[in-house]
Design a protein around this ligand. Structure first.
Ligand SMILES: [Zn+2]
Length: 86
């Protein structure tokens, strides 16, 4: 990893890269907590949503990450061009 990441908008290298694991964690926390809450309070059938939520976010993470977020201008971008040049 010798590639220098730069924001395509402001050109600064003050980027925060969201990995697939982080993406799954961030996107799954709230729905999973909600499913747990509803599972305990309402109906245990809501527990079935938990693996579904994680699976969905796992598939989304494959598409959307690595996601780069600029700390300076809050610009977010995807790494669409995945060149495997060595
Ligand atoms: Zn920027």
């Amino acid at each position: 990893m010798t590639e220098v990441l730069k924001c395509s908008k402001c050109g600064k290298s003050n980027l925060w890269v969201m990995s697939p694991i982080r993406y799954i964690f961030f996107t799954s926390t709230l729905p999973v907590l909600a499913a747990l809450l509803f599972g305990f309070l309402a109906d245990p059938v809501f527990f079935l949503f938990i693996p579904a939520v994680i699976l969905t976010n796992h598939l989304l993470a494959k598409k959307k990450t690595p996601l780069k977020i600029c700390k300076d201008c809050k610009h977010t971008e995807n790494n669409f061009s995945h060149h495997s040049a060595s």
